[in-house]
Write a protein that binds this ligand. Structure first.
Ligand code: IPE
Ligand code: IPE
Ligand code: MG
Length: 240
């Protein structure tokens, strides 16, 4: 339980959007926004951990973001390296455990190696799970889960009638989080109100909260305000 009220808030997912516009507003190159956004990942991670959230999933790079200019893509692929170089001591001090999900074999080798090392270094930590969605796309995730289960049917390991919602969920990239695999709350910054191919299955009953603030400006108080909003909502799950 994340706070004093009675509604569980275990998994928060954030579409960290608006880095480019944050920079543009300041007449800076887009990558300056990404750098500031990276600093903010540290701050919000620490806040979320102290608020008792169990899993924080951050959309860092989508399967569609490869379509951006090469220099920007290169910068974004360098960011996890800088992030872990700079903030690993903080993550360790805060007992944060790192996880990364996405189509990881397509990452540049150095980015992949650094994220794997961060996962390894923090694997015994018992605080918040900081879960980066890196080269993640939800439709592709769903298709690859379908392929995996189809292979298991073909090899006789399971029967098609064994496939149910629980099995499907378990085989998605969030399956490892067990009872926390679906976000309770989805936040998107920057004023856009769309999902952009993020966690399509997992968000079926998530509450959604939007803010006009750009990601680099989103702070602990904003997070608390959104949690308050969440606490005042009535999650009915189709019931009355
Ligand atoms: C979000 O900020 C970060 C990534 C998608 C990697 P954007 O880069 O999308 O910023 P805007 O939306 O252009 O302002
Ligand atoms: C979503 O933001 C992806 C991430 C935050 C990593 P985008 O900026 O890529 O999404 P669109 O293009 O506005 O839908
Ligand atoms: Mg954007």
């Amino acid at each position: 339980m994340a706070n004093n009220t009675d509604k569980p808030l275990n998994h928060v997912a954030i579409i960290m959007d608006g880095n480019g516009r944050w920079a543009k507003k300041r007449f800076l190159p887009r990558v300056a926004g990404h750098k500031q956004g990276m600093e903010n990942v540290r701050n919000i991670t620490i806040s979320a951990n102290r608020l008792g959230i169990k899993v924080l999933t951050l959309y860092a790079f989508s399967t569609e973001n490869w379509g951006r200019p090469t220099e920007e893509v290169n910068y974004l692929m360098r960011l996890p390296i800088d992030f872990f170089d700079k903030f690993m001591p903080d993550l360790m001090a805060e007992n944060v455990k790192v996880n990364v999900m996405g189509f990881l074999d397509e990452l540049p080798p150095k980015t992949l190696a650094t994220t794997k090392r961060a996962i390894e270094t923090t694997k015994h930590n018992t605080g918040l799970v900081l879960n980066f969605a890196l080269n993640y796309g939800s439709r592709r995730e769903i298709v690859s889960t379908a392929q995996k289960l189809a292979d298991e049917v073909a090899s006789g390991k399971i029967q098609s009638s064994d496939i149910d919602e629980a099995m499907f969920s378990k085989n998605l990239m969030t399956g490892m989080f067990d009872e926390y695999q679906d976000p309770d709350l989805l936040i998107r910054t920057s004023g856009e109100q769309r999902i952009s191919n993020f966690l399509l299955w997992q968000l079926a009953y998530s509450e959604m909260a939007f803010t006009d603030k750009y990601w680099p400006d989103f702070n602990e108080q904003d997070l608390k305000d959104m949690i308050d909003q969440y606490q005042n909502r009535d999650r009915r799950f189709g019931k009355i």
